[in-house]
Design a protein around this ligand. Structure first.
Ligand code: SF4
Ligand code: SF4
Ligand code: SF4
Length: 447
């Protein structure tokens, strides 16, 4: 759906207006027509309201949904908490018809009726299922090539089943596919599916809550993550605001945190100031600086390589154990060299004599389901290495011999005679040397 009611919830407009801004910009860029209905209340938040009074919780949620039903719209929310409240309410009232009747008795006094028919989507779900990763990627002006980004889903985006059922709650992939479609390397990490712990803060357990936050941030740092991306304001609060509190206490944590719509905004060419990224508590500047440097690396790399193919090969690694050279010399890992290239380390790669270990046997090309192979990449690397003055001495020496004689070896006359072989016709070495000398002269005169 491209036309729907947007439900911002309380947290985003109250605490993180820059998330609202980036999400509005994103909807606009994607051609979505959003409706903002009057009369909504807090979704309401589960821990604080439902634990006190389930009737109030379901009545408030059903009232919000009834307003959207009356407008005959679907709902998209950029908040895990609101999403969870609505999905859980729909699931609960679907089977508990007596409670649904009681809720409707209350609502009907206000001229409203709840059916439970609203299509409720989280904005990540909307991006993945209604728009599709391909479309999201197609509108990007700059991508996150070379950036390591980790996704934190947040519990209530995916759980509990059966209330929520749009991706695997234990092994989700759709959020990560969106980030990957923006060109980033999506980093897997052990605590990925662990809750942010923010709910503990709300019930007075601040130290435990910070321990959750710290654990995940250390895990991300250990995985060289450049940024984490979230789709929930409570998760954002935990990893941005509370991370800033840890920094103030001199803890060694620094992981910039983005909302998915902010990342999309940057990829679509919006400036950080327009998106309000300077309002984050944890500076995103290190990420932006590295990103700018990576864009320059990519331009440099694209002069010699097809960067899209390099990325594809880097993400694949399917033939990593098949290279015959690796089998006898495990220090040669062609896939690692491809990764270093994708990481923009071309200056280091061409100085490393490992690139000369690729014997261009084309085994990887023959096995490659995408017909990419690595031999061509290694050949180009060797050319660049020589151009820049690197490479084993034997290579320029052999080339020099060829340029001086037109051959790399003369026939052994005594051995031929012993075997009764006739002399071979004169070789064309002199001709070749003359041709190349004349070509050099004419190049010189053109210069
Ligand atoms: S990760 Fe935290 S804020 Fe996010 S949904 Fe779970 S408890 Fe809520
Ligand atoms: S072409 Fe190079 S990288 Fe590929 S299998 Fe042969 S030696 Fe290994
Ligand atoms: S050469 Fe082909 S099979 Fe091997 S890693 Fe690259 S893309 Fe995958």
């Amino acid at each position: 759906m491209k036309e729907f009611a947007v439900f911002w919830g309380c947290t985003i407009p109250a605490r993180f207006p820059f998330i609202e801004k980036a999400t509005r910009v994103m909807f606009d860029d994607l051609g979505a027509r959003i409706h903002e209905l009057e009369g909504h209340t807090c979704c309401p938040e589960g821990t604080l309201v439902k634990a006190n009074d389930p009737d109030t919780f379901y009545t408030a949620a059903a009232r919000n949904l009834a307003l959207i039903e009356r407008a005959d719209l679907g709902l998209v929310t950029p908040c895990n908490g609101c999403y969870s409240t609505f999905k859980e309410t729909q699931s609960h009232l679907k089977t508990n018809w007596r409670e649904r009747d009681e809720v409707n008795e209350r609502l009907e006094k206000e001229g409203l009726h709840y059916d439970g028919t609203t299509n409720v989507q989280h904005f990540v779900e909307w991006l993945a299922d209604s728009m599709g990763a391909g479309l999201i990627a197609s509108k990007a002006k700059k991508n996150f090539w070379g950036m390591n980004i980790a996704v934190h889903h947040g519990c209530h985006l995916l759980r509990p089943q059966p209330a929520v059922r749009w991706d695997d709650p234990l092994h989700p992939k759709k959020f990560e596919e969106l980030v990957g479609a923006l060109g980033a390397r999506v980093i897997d990490y052990p605590t990925k599916m662990q809750c942010c712990g923010g709910a503990l803060d709300r019930v007075g357990q601040r130290e435990s809550s910070l321990a959750f936050c710290r654990r995940k941030l250390h895990d991300l740092q250990n995985h060289n993550v450049d940024a984490m991306v979230v789709g929930c304001p409570s998760c954002f609060q935990q990893f941005d605001l509370n991370q800033a509190a840890l920094q103030r206490a001199n803890e060694n944590v620094h992981v910039p945190v983005f909302y998915l719509s902010e990342l999309i905004g940057l990829a679509y060419g919006h400036e950080p100031e327009e998106l309000g990224l300077d309002m984050h508590r944890v500076s995103v500047q290190p990420f932006l600086d590295k990103w700018a440097a990576r864009q320059a690396d990519k331009t440099h790399l694209a002069l010699d390589f097809d960067v899209a193919l390099l990325n594809k090969c880097d993400n694949c690694r399917a033939c990593k154990d098949d290279c015959p050279v690796c089998k006898i010399d495990p220090t040669f890992q062609p896939n690692d060299i491809i990764r270093d290239l994708v990481d923009g380390k071309i200056d280091e790669v061409i100085k490393d004599e490992s690139i000369w270990k690729c014997i261009e046997c084309f085994t990887c090309l023959e096995l490659c389901h995408s017909e990419i192979g690595m031999a061509e990449t290694f050949r180009k690397l060797k050319v660049i290495a020589l151009r820049e003055g690197y490479g084993p001495e034997a290579v320029p020496a052999g080339y020099k011999t060829f340029m001086e004689t037109g051959t790399l070896g003369k026939p052994k006359m005594s051995a031929r005679k012993k075997l009764g072989l006739d002399p071979l016709p004169d070789d064309g070495g002199d001709v070749m040397v003359r041709i190349m000398a004349e070509s050099d002269d004419s190049k010189g005169s053109e210069d």
